[in-house]
Design a protein around this ligand. Sequence first.
Ligand code: T5A
Length: 213
Amino acid sequence: MEGFFITFEGPEGAGKTTQIKMLEPWLASKGRQYITTREPGGTPLAEKIRDVVKHYNNSGEQVYDKTELLLFAASRAQHVHFLIRRELDAGKVVLCDRFTDSTLAYQGYARNGNIKFIEALNHYAVEGLKPNLTILMDLPPSSGRERTSHRPETQGVHDRLEAETLDFHEKVRQGYLELARKNPDRIKTVDASRNPEQIHVDIIKILEEQYEF
Ligand code: T5A
């Protein structure tokens, strides 16, 4: 059986991690082997980059936009080369919490980065790998912030990117919606403002009806 690559995208607090956890037992019930991974991160080195890019907070030195972009790309190259490719080649379903669209939405649309350059950098980092399916979990930034402010896992503390303004996060959201318009075959948008069970049903429907899971 061929591997199948599913990425989950969306603004902060959209519920990506929650939905991935709900999808795991469903995939197992279908007899599919899977792994779950995330970006930035997924390998020991990429996880170190994750820590820097999320939490570097030195009042004497800002993280420059180009540095931020390259750190995400470096983490991704490591992740694809040493983990994702191998698992897809082994025939597994790979569930990935964020991927290339995050870089376009955050470093591209929200930080006014050069979209063409970021597309090329993404392509370079992943050596041409594309998700079979991307679930875009759409949510207004104010709702996402409300959720992350009460997130028990981090005691409501916001990291460097989460702490950006609501205006920044609205640009992230609009960037994602633009990406979904440009890639209708790959990116499927679900309304993430509903309860987790309703969203899970939508995701399963997409997999069963459009991908014959
Ligand atoms: N980034 C990442 C870039 O800028 N460029 C890049 O190229 C990449 C790859 C990653 C950060 O890096 C940025 C984006 C991010 O800022 P992260 O910790 O992985 O950091 O950030 P998120 O993926 O946004 O993680 P979150 O935890 O914030 O969001 P999730 O995974 O979407 O949400 P989840 O499932 O953890 O849920 C958050 C809270 O909401 C509740 C949960 O119980 C939890 O408390 N919740 C719901 N509440 C109500 N209704 C629902 N349907 C709910 N679903 C979950």
